[in-house]
Design a protein around this ligand. Sequence first.
Ligand SMILES: Nc1ncnc2c1ncn2[C@@H]1O[C@H](COP(=O)(O)OP(=O)(O)OP(=O)(O)O)[C@@H](O)[C@H]1O
Length: 460
Amino acid sequence: MTTKKHLLVVDDDINIVASLQFILADEGFEVTSVTTPEAALAKIGNTNFDCVLMDMNFQQDTTSGAEGIKLVEHIKHLEEQLPIIVMTGWATIDIAVEAMQAGAKDFIQKPWSNERLIAAVNTQLALSYSNKQVGRLSQQNKLLVAAEHPASRQGIIAKSAKMLELLATLEQLAKSDMSILLTGDNGTGKSMLAAYVHQVSARAKHSFVPVNMGAVPESLFESEMFGHVKGAFTDAKDTRIGRFEMAENGTLFLDELANIPLAQQAKLLRVLEEKRYEAVGSSKPKTANVRIISATNSNLLTDIEENRFRQDLYYRLNTVELRVPSLSERVEDIPLLAQHFLEKFSQKYHRPAPQLANDAIEQLCCYGWPGNIRELSHMMERLMFTCKDGKISAATLSLQPSNEIVNFIDDPSLTMEEVEQLVMVNRLKHFSGNASETAKSLGLSRSGYYRRLTKYGMET
Ligand SMILES: Nc1ncnc2c1ncn2[C@@H]1O[C@H](COP(=O)(O)OP(=O)(O)OP(=O)(O)O)[C@@H](O)[C@H]1O
């Protein structure tokens, strides 16, 4: 359902008001009328209009157009982007030029032709819509320069059962509008997955807007999130749209969620509850139709206990809470990811991708990856330049195996089957994928070995 465009008619002649109201309502517009400049400014101050149609002369002075020019200037000051069409029975080219210089977008002479009037209104509405789109896209582009988002699932490398299950769950959730909270260590792919949920959701044709909550200064929080109007504070030289407006009908991604200061958490909660907000310096409510995905590497339950995070906000954001596993918990993904990054950087730097030797792959799989996928990506990028003869060997890497992996057998959180699976994975790595040597070293018959491969989804 499309909402009706809302027009404001300003004219002191009630016959003209009635006639305009009739014609415009007949065209499907919602029309509000006022008869004085003061009433027009008051209405614009508390209502969202899409276009203003106004007379240039009011009671005090009926011919010069001075009152109309003043009104155009005031409206521009209040609402820079609102298109204004001026009308006057005393049309002179001078008044038209002056009105346009003051910020009016078009000029109509009374008595008007209905066709010309409707065409002028529709043109202004279309122009204003595309200006807003351009503003939204350019702000968004700035944000995207720094962020990297996958074009499809092809950009997400995952083979491990844990990640495949997580992706399948996210694809299901993407169909709903539920708030999703992604937890997990730094560099595990939370941002990438949030962007992916947006891409496979019904909101995909609208914007995905990430905000790093750790990077927003407390004093600028409201302006950043909700926007501000020109003159709202000393540095507000222009009207600026906030992240909520950029994400309207799309997805707002609140990254580093735990870093929102307490006072700002209350403001965010209010908007999420009421689905409305006001730009700084404006009293006009705007709707917030956004899907929220948030991410944190912090333990929010501890943050709540220690009064650093509001429990009510937590419950608002975690309709579904999913943990993205650390890289050391999905060893099967490591060789694929390493290869993926080598190819990616080979394209970026126009250099051939180095070959990963088997002993290097084994070492990558036994390393603990405290920085997760980001660390792996950086390591592969460095190796593009530091490896010798186009080969990466264990000696080139010289990584210390993580105690975690060496000691996984003692991990009390793992079940017998999980331990068995990890042993299989590591032993296969050790024998560079050689099935008979792996089976022999584990004391398994070939059929016992293949049965387990099938059981753990490791056939390929
Ligand atoms: N499954 C994956 N396949 C390919 N690349 C990945 C995958 N997961 C993450 N990456 C890449 O690893 C890097 C880190 O991922 P991302 O920024 O999404 O992690 P994060 O969990 O949001 O990190 P942080 O908590 O530090 O914000 C990015 O360059 C991302 O493109």
